[in-house]
Design a protein around this ligand. Structure first.
Ligand code: SF4
Ligand code: SF4
Length: 372
């Protein structure tokens, strides 16, 4: 494919996936199906170089994520690099590996914000979904550490058919833990989520009830709790502007140093994503074929080409198009104008007949089916 260079504004944020290692095994994990080993992870000094290049490019915030970023013993060094680069640092964590001494070291290294994930509000269900006995209790203890430190806390709840009925409890949990923000994110169905779609996809009634719950809570808790809400596309008529458009606002870096337009893009085949061990972040962002391939609207097929929403939703999600059709350049089937829109109805029908058994995310081994 010919290289197309398009002027690119600076990305707003950088997602640094420091490792794929994680003690949890969520069946919707956004990591790729093929997980990277510890031996192939970037060293702290290389992350430092990337953070300085990011700041020069205009990035203001870095999200330190994984896998579980605290699985890296050198996380304080990595954080210090981000701090000296002048970036605002957000730690996205499951909270189960951090004791008081380690948390203190992170705060001393310049941590600005913590985003803690929970799998459910009910401990038994949370531990089952995360695949770690006692994990939920550790998360609550970690949240208490964050609260005592005075750092701002966001609670992140990934929701699906098996925990949606406790959405009101998740909102209460956010308040109890002292979070200023709650992100209620429906599972996005690519990668591990796609593999477990039949067990996780909510019904339309569940989705509508969840949306009403969020709307009611937003009004009731105005000034106390900000609630972000990400919906699944399976009942939509038009897709979301995924990542604000490919290569427009966001850059992710994989544990092995691949620059990606979206954290899920590593699962796409036919791409040579820039290797930041040998390429600068600016070069990757501005000049790589992978970042330029879906920038703008010139790449779009029918019916996106000429559509008046082309510069609003940018044709939807490339990873979802690939997961559903095998073609990353197709119109996202979430759009009712897509010739593949019927695939979503099929998936909803399949999910309505499926059990709650799912496969855990595993390193190396791929399937461990569990039922409630
Ligand atoms: S989604 Fe679950 S398994 Fe994946 S990185 Fe987060 S906590 Fe770990
Ligand atoms: S046809 Fe393409 S641009 Fe138009 S609404 Fe659907 S996905 Fe968006």
């Amino acid at each position: 494919m010919a290289m197309v260079e398009t002027a690119a504004a600076a990305p707003l944020g950088l997602l640094a996936e420091l490792t794929h290692r994680c003690p949890l095994r969520c069946p919707y994990c956004s990591n790729p199906l093929e997980l990277s080993r510890a031996s192939s992870e970037l060293e702290a000094a290389t992350w430092g170089r990337i953070f300085h290049e990011a700041a020069e490019l205009g990035v203001l915030q870095v999200h330190l994520s994984g896998g579980e970023p605290t699985a890296r013993r050198d996380l304080p060094d990595i954080l210090r690099h981000a701090f000296t680069a002048g970036l605002y640092t957000n730690l996205i964590t499951s909270g189960v590996l951090t004791d008081a001494a380690r948390f203190e070291a992170l705060v001393a290294a310049g941590l600005d914000h913590v985003q803690l994930s929970v799998q459910d509000a009910e401990p038994g269900s949370a531990d089952r979904i995360g695949g770690l006995a006692g994990g939920h209790a550790k998360k609550l203890a970690f949240a208490e550490m964050v609260r005592a430190s005075g750092l701002p806390l966001t609670l992140n709840a990934v929701v699906h058919r098996q925990n949606l009925e406790r959405l009101p409890d998740l909102i209460e949990l956010a308040l109890t833990l002292g979070a200023g923000r709650l992100e209620v994110a429906h599972v996005q169905y690519y990668g591990w989520g796609f593999r477990n779609r039949a067990a996780l996809l909510p019904t339309r009634a569940q989705l509508e009830a969840a949306t009403a719950t969020v709307q009611e809570a937003r009004a009731r808790l105005k000034g106390r709790l900000v609630i972000d809400y990400v919906v699944p596309d399976y009942y939509a008529q038009r897709p979301k502007p995924c990542m604000g458009g490919w290569g427009r606002q966001f850059i992710a870096v994989s544990p092995t140093g691949r620059a990606l337009p979206c954290h899920a893009a590593e699962g796409l085949s036919g791409f040579d994503f820039p290797d930041l061990r040998v390429t600068s972040l600016r070069d990757a962002w501005e000049h790589s074929e992978a970042f330029n391939r879906f920038r703008g609207t010139a790449w779009m097929p029918e019916p996106c080409r000429g559509c008046d929403r082309a510069e609003q939703d940018w044709g939807g999600c490339r990873c979802q198009a690939f997961a559903l059709t095998g073609d990353a350049a197709a119109t996202d089937p979430a759009c009712a104008l897509s010739p593949n829109h019927g695939l979503l109805d099929l998936a909803v029908r399949e999910a309505s007949a499926a059990t709650d058994a799912f496969s855990y995310r595993e390193m190396g081994r791929l399937t461990t089916a569990v039922a409630k």
